[in-house]
Design a protein around this ligand. Sequence first.
Ligand code: Z2T
Length: 798
Amino acid sequence: MAFDVQEFKKEFQKKFEELFAYGYESGSKTEQYIALGDLVRGLYSDDWIQTVTDYNKKKEKQVFYFSMEFLPGRMLKSNLLNMGIMDCVKQGLEELGLDLDEVARAEVDPALGNGGLGRLASCFMDSIASTGLAGNGNGIRYRYGLFKQKFINGYQIELPENWLRNRNVWEVRKENKAVIVRFGGDVSFTQDGDGKLRVHHENTRDILAVPYDTAQIGYNNGIINNLRLWSAEIPYGDEAHFSTEEQREEVKRITEVLYPDDSNYEGRLLRVQQEYFFSSAGVQSIVRYFKQLKLDWSLFPDKIAIHINDTHPTLAIPELMRILLDEEELTWDQAWEITKKTVSYTNHTILQEAMERWPETMISDLLPRIYQIIQEINRRHIDKKMPLYGEELTQRTAIIANGQIKMANLAIIGSHSVNGVAKLHTDILMADTLHDFYVMYPQKFNNKTNGITQRRWVQIANENLTEMLDETIGTEWKSDPEEIKVLKAHRDNKIVLDKLEQVKLANKKRFADYVLKEMHIEIDPNALFDVQIKRLHAYKRQLLNVLHILDRYLQLKDDPKANLQKRVFIFGAKAAPSYYYAKQIIKLINAIADLVNNDPAINDKIKIVFVENYGVSLAELIIPAADISEQISLAGKEASGTSNMKLMSNGAVTMATLDGANVEIRDNVGDENIFIFGLKSDEVQEYYRNGVYNSREIYEKNPRLKRILNLLIDGSIPGVETEGRDIFDSLVMYNDEYFLLKDFDGYLQAQYEADVAFSDRDRWNRMALMNIASSGPFSSDYTILRYADEIWKIKPQS
Ligand code: Z2T
């Protein structure tokens, strides 16, 4: 993008005055940010139009990534980076007396997702544009994002996240692209003169879906794709049908707020309304686009790929069937062929409690025509498979059973590809969770290990490391992430290792400043920063981390001179508001933090920092400062994990079980550069099957562990009488569902080895370097190229 500093300064001043009618010097940071964002959006609008025009002209096949969640993070700096004007803008602002980072911080971080799944969708949008693929996002423009987390007396409190309080400079409302989504009503059939059955769907409640589009800018390639988020409104001219306040509220409610559950299913009517709302709107706008190409319907799958991110958008399948059957009058067989060839599905979890199942009556009342189509898909499936696979196996794959509609079954049957998100996860799906389907459709199953975009997670989040890499190995890694492997040649270069240590130290200081300012806790940047940042879930085992901290606490209480590495334990985690146990764990960690941080006997050898409101922006601050990356879920439970990849890319050493993508991280980085402990996934399976695990026995026989667990119930930790008791009981009396006690010894041993390694600075720096140098394969650019090649059948534009 041709652009110079002087020109930028002029344009910025002009834009500011145009918007606010006074000089930028007297504006607030938010106003300066809005002016800058508005200016930047104007700079890419030509490329945006050009990209759309090109796709249309070439009738390029396009992918539509349907996701209930997107977690883009602040967009200003990533847009500047991808447009190639970061340095120019930084310099220009500086000459105007402004600091880019300060202005950028005025942007509200849109929290339109829960965790891994939503952030993955945004990494994918960045990679789709950056690898030059024709792709679009399709989702919901929630009026309120994921709740804002506060701690009051150590308890999690949830506040509404009004992310649109200021103007959103990136979105463009496209009123002319609005569509109607219909709920309820009556379905009837009449026979035409030619004997054809005609469907009538009447007395529906019609909601207007209005799209808001946001540019997804490719990295230095001039390509700008689209993220389309839908908002529910009352149809123009239809106000008479929404005359009461209650009726108007009901419409608004559909896109009012994101459900705050990560890997947990919430069987509410409003949730399924949300799912149908954005799936239907998305499919309708795709069909409208396809019709304008004036091609035969059989070519639909040659022009369109629809990808569903977990089962949340599965209703796109019967919705596409409905449009092809009822509106376009294709036969069932034609419509079914097209639908299957168009749709592909990613599974993100094997946890049973996360599997979506809707009561039949809910769907038949809310979506009567969609319900009929699901019934027919199910009937044909059973009819076809029964003679081939017999009664039992076939019935286990039914979409409708016991009054419930199983969305995963519909997603698998209605699509041509089913993928897991890490090798181990896909293996478990095939061998276990989805084994019946694997027997029926082995060719549908494939793995696509997750990835992350190093543009945000290294170039933007870690400028110090970026600069050091540029100096050491050149800039090739920025456009081809695998190229970072050449850093391995410097593994024994003392100068490089020292530089890396300085980079880490500077990042740790930056985080320490934040912690001092925001939390009034003083932490030592020379201590080992031990980081666990992810949603709070029993299976992720934040509690195992806690048991380790308590072990150190007791060692220091017994002997203040104990030879232990000084550590700062950093947590970031939100608990679903209705997840009582997870909230108890938050309270426990905060209580232990109060106790340990203020105990003079500990003498600052342990500090615990539980940051409030963890999200993308805080991740960008914490990850570059991490020494250890805690990835300690019970083997077999974490589908992939992605913070493991972000932390590795920033030179943290992983402390891990062999779960999710940790297995592939180990394979890439080598055993000597990672700490592995704990049960393997097949060992866990075996325990579940033969049921011989007895946590009570471990408690009784392991005095060190017993002493720690007793701290929970003997009043040693003030303020957690109920929480301590409940957590103790879950671990000792109710047989410890996630095998914390079983993995405890191995975890302590691995942590001890980490202490030893950290005290040898050269060794640790070499480990950090090897992690950075081995992180290239985890770029979402490669993940996306594999989706494009093997599932979507689309090619990068040249
Ligand atoms: C989610 O973030 C994940 C899985 C879900 O299953 C739902 C949500 Cl909201 C329905 C996570 C996985 O737990 C994590 O292992 C994975 O890395 C991430 O999705 C992206 O695939």
